[in-house]
Design a protein around this ligand. Structure first.
Ligand code: FES
Ligand code: MG
Length: 570
């Protein structure tokens, strides 16, 4: 533990020439909160605390906070929680991604500005964990991630339901008039029935698993359900660990390294995780000054099997994953491919952590390495004339029959255009066409929403069409499925080729060759570019929107802000 003048409340004191006065003043205000001198002499553990009336996933955070504090106090620290921006996925417009960097900035600055010796990051819902890891990485203090944990499943007429893969499945049935309004209303009330994050391997669960894989979270804690008593014990243990980290080398910069990021990529592939994680990992890596290459993703994807049988790609839910062995069991299977010398928040290496794990695993949930669910990884990057900077396909959630082929483009030039025309009975569209959405990327006014999962046009859905090739610069919810090509980079609003696709153009997809090509002559594309003029949306005059427009980077750089990347990496 550090000596008296740099730990606890004395941390980062601004003294204006009279240090003792400054400390006396700070302690006096701290005493107004009723702390004893004995407590105020302790090292401080900040707790980045993110409950919100607009965040259902964090509903149980007050209880979890009590447990973290209990752990900190038991270990000899003083726990001091502080609020930051909270991002409840479904309550934010135009999209939560727009605010991830705001939360990352808030987290970074509040960790740095306030007198804390280490920090517990309490997150959960999709963007919160990457935001906290980005902020903590840049702040540089010892930090440990704690997540809220996944929701339990609900039931409808004997069938298990979990947000939000089943939300989409039933909504598709409703659109295809297979179920009626009364039924869909009932299901609405049965999809999300407890606190916690979405019950499948969506973005929140994926990022929780990756935080554990990176070594930023206590072993075995990513998948514990939100309402399970073990979740409270994990919170208590995280509080204890946060005290034990004080003064150690266990900073995010020493834990999140090129090697641990590669471990995280392999876990991402093996769990069939969310496409959004590619963006978040690129952003976290960027904060460490490290590149995240999509070519490397493809190499790892060819050698990393899918092991986890969870929705949206499989059959089960996060509560089953927890009971079946969780992230530790997946990493034990991958052991020979992982970098085992990576440091973790406990001070153990990953290898030591895995050796200490309980051996048991439920093979119906987590397959053996040599008997995988799929022999290759769930995600691939595609490149080609339509996506020179890359695009992402979650092949494990897609229809293989559509992987090699050519289609006619049916283009929607904005989200509004999509909404206005997709169900038009007169829309000229057939099942083997490729649906294209433009202007939904990070540079667009819509800020890259999860709109890439374009609905099947109603008239085709009613004919029984379940999947089509869909292409856009948008993202897709981690809980969705389909042959959906996402994150097309550069995006249309920054002048990428996607901006110039027209109805009737031919597009060729080859997952085997990792290619997505627009079969239009370059000269014709240039003519279209010249005719169209600037595609860049106007920069808002003030506020966060202006900062966003001026600083946003492409999906290949994790949609971070240019000025938040470390200077050395520029
Ligand atoms: Fe919060 Fe899905 S809405 S994790
Ligand atoms: Mg989501």
């Amino acid at each position: 533990m550090k000596n008296d003048d740099v730990h606890g409340l004395a941390n980062g004191l601004t003294n204006y020439g009279d240090r003792d006065f400054a400390l006396y003043l700070r302690r006096s205000f701290a005493r107004s909160m009723g702390y004893s001198n004995e407590m105020l002499a302790r090292p401080t553990v900040g707790i980045a605390y993110t409950p919100s009336g607009f965040n259902n996933c964090h509903r149980h955070f007050p209880e979890l906070l009590d447990a973290v504090k209990r752990g900190v106090i038991a270990a000899g620290g003083l726990p001091l929680e502080f609020p930051t921006v909270s991002l409840g996925e479904v309550f934010l417009s135009p999209t939560s991604l727009r605010f991830r960097n705001l939360m990352a900035m808030d987290t970074e600055e509040m960790i740095r500005a306030q007198p804390m010796d280490s920090v517990v990051l309490m997150g959960g819902c999709d963007k919160t964990v990457p935001a906290q890891l980005m902020g903590a990485m840049s702040a540089g203090r010892p930090a440990i991630q704690l997540v809220g944990g996944p929701m339990m499943t609900g039931r409808h007429q004997g069938e298990r339901l979990g947000a939000c893969t089943d939300c989409r499945r039933f909504w598709s049935k409703y659109r295809a008039t297979e179920i009626d309004k009364v039924t869909i209303d009932k299901i609405e009330g049965r999809l999300s029935t407890t606190s916690g994050t979405c019950a499948v391997m969506g973005t929140a669960s994926t990022m929780a698993c990756l935080a554990e894989a990176l070594g930023m979270m206590l072993p075995g804690t990513a998948a514990i359900p939100a309402v399970h008593a073990d979740r409270l014990r994990a919170a208590e243990a995280s509080g204890i660990a946060a005290v034990q980290m004080i003064g150690s080398n266990r900073t995010p910069g020493n834990i999140i390294t090129a090697k641990s990021l590669e471990n995280a990529l392999q876990v991402l592939l093996a769990i069939g995780g969310s496409t959004n994680a590619i963006i978040h990992l690129a952003a976290i890596a960027g904060r460490a000054g490290l590149p995240m290459s999509l070519d490397r993703l493809n190499e790892l994807s060819d050698t990393t099997p899918v092991l986890v049988n969870l929705k949206p790609t499989g059959d089960n839910y996060m509560e089953d994953f927890f009971a079946g062995g969780g992230v530790g069991a997946v990493m034990r299977e991958l052991k020979n491919d992982l970098h085992l010398d990576c440091l973790t928040v406990t001070g153990e290496t990953l290898g030591e952590r895995l050796a200490a794990d309980e051996e048991w695993v439920d093979r119906s949930i987590i397959a053996a390495y040599d008997r995988p669910i799929e022999p290759v990884g769930g995600l691939v990057a595609l490149f080609g004339s339509l996506a020179p900077g890359g695009a992402i396909l979650k092949r494990s959630a897609a229809d293989e029959r559509l992987f090699e082929g050519e289609g006619r483009a049916v283009v929607f030039d904005s989200l509004a255009d999509l909404a206005a025309r997709i169900d038009d009975p007169d829309l000229d569209v057939q099942a083997n066409d490729y649906l294209v959405l433009q202007n939904a990327g990070p540079f667009s006014a819509s800020c890259m929403p999860e709109a890439g999962y374009l609905p099947i046009p109603k008239k085709l859905a009613q004919q029984g069409v379940k999947d089509m090739v869909r292409l856009s610069d948008a993202r897709m919810s981690g809980t969705a499925f389909g042959t959906v090509i996402l994150h097309v980079t550069p995006d249309s609003a920054s002048g990428g080729p996607l901006a110039f696709v027209r109805n009737g153009d031919r597009i060729r997809l080859s997952v085997k060759q990792r290619r997505i090509d627009l079969l239009v002559e370059p000269a014709e594309l240039e003519r279209r570019r010249a005719a169209k003029g600037s595609v860049v949306p106007p920069v808002p005059e003030r506020g966060y929107g202006r900062l966003y427009a001026e600083q946003i980077l492409g999906a290949d750089e994790g949609c971070d802000f240019r000025f938040l990347k470390p200077v050395a990496a520029e």
